[in-house]
Design a protein around this ligand. Sequence first.
Ligand code: PLP
Length: 425
Amino acid sequence: MTHRVMPFHRQPLFRNAPEPAFLSRRVEGYYQERVHNTWDGGHIMRGRHPGGDAIHLSSNDYLSVARHPKILQAAADCLLASGNGLLMSGIFLHGDNPLLDLELRLANFMGAEAGVLCQSGFAANTGLIQSIADETTPVYVDMMAHMSLWEGIRAASARAVSFHHNDMAHLARQIQKHGPGVILVDSVYSTNGSVCPLETLVEIGTQSGCVLVVDESHSLGTHGSHGEGMVAALGLCDQVHFRTASLAKAFAGRAGFISCSERFSEYFKFESNPAIFSSTLLPHEIAGLAATLEVIHDEHWRRRALEANAALLRQALDDLGYNLNGSQSQIIALESGSERQTIVLRDALEARGIFGSVFCAPATPKNRALIRLSVNAMLTPDALARIVDVCREIRGEVGLADWASTRRKKAQSAAPAEPAEAAVA
Ligand SMILES: Cc1ncc(COP(=O)(O)O)c(C=O)c1O
């Protein structure tokens, strides 16, 4: 008999094994608390289907390279020539190998000694922290750091010591209390586009003898004169031990990367569980990423267009009264607050053809849900004008004036400016 894979909306042909009560209760909790009570039987993530003229602001393909002919050709040629290659863990790779070549090219691009390609940004972060921390290590983590960094702390059974978002004075106090350890930050924070004060961070990290890990998922490719990332652009390469990145953002592929020392790269491949126990990337993914690296390095106009588009949109939305929570990048969040208010915002945007990404718990704190707009290099002046017009038009409908984020913005602009030295106290 042929088993057909049924589309989602059809009745299943077969029944799964019945769940024991403890699991059934847990799953039922999700349907009751979230789907029924909070989303009124709808789904916060599933709004309209975009029409042909929709503006997509949900993809992290910031440089608009996902359909670049040179990249697609390189991946297609390789797929036809090599198929899916040898399916195995990366620990078996050595000698003359395209994956190992690409590791070195990516490392050189970032101004690093060496590097390791991983199956994803998630695998890079969890694998790295699991291999550099243990139960005796305090791991200082920005409260807004990506979930994969927190998962890494769990995988290492290490002690998470959080510090307030971008609050370097709080970080310094925590280190004073708990001693040297590992510091984890994102260069650009994925939920609201705020940027880590890397220079101060490096100063604190170096003085206190900590290991520094910077997740550059949202700055690799987009920041620096050739896309080498924010750490390199600031001249801090020799003071940051590890830079990690998802290559599913500006690189528009499916992989992760860790920059490190040559000595560490060998250690990592034999100590990190995702590196040992999960199969490595496929040949055509490597070929595609190698071509992407050239495009990103050479096509400066993409970075310039992205930067200009993001700056224009940030300024316009700020002027309209939206609180952008300190975004200084291509990630712009409209923080609607409760999940119900976020559904109202989603519907207002989508009805007018603007599609962002809904972020809610556990990606944000409860009641700080938001719609993230990811800007890209190919947005035309007309598209940008349409986004701004829509955001102007919906302010009443979505209750912008009543959002907690709007009240915070008003309070901040009414407050007297802090004396300069208070920021570094
Ligand atoms: C800052 C950051 N780190 C890591 C990841 C995980 O990357 P990937 O999707 O490649 O697993 C993401 C993606 O959501 C991210 O935004």
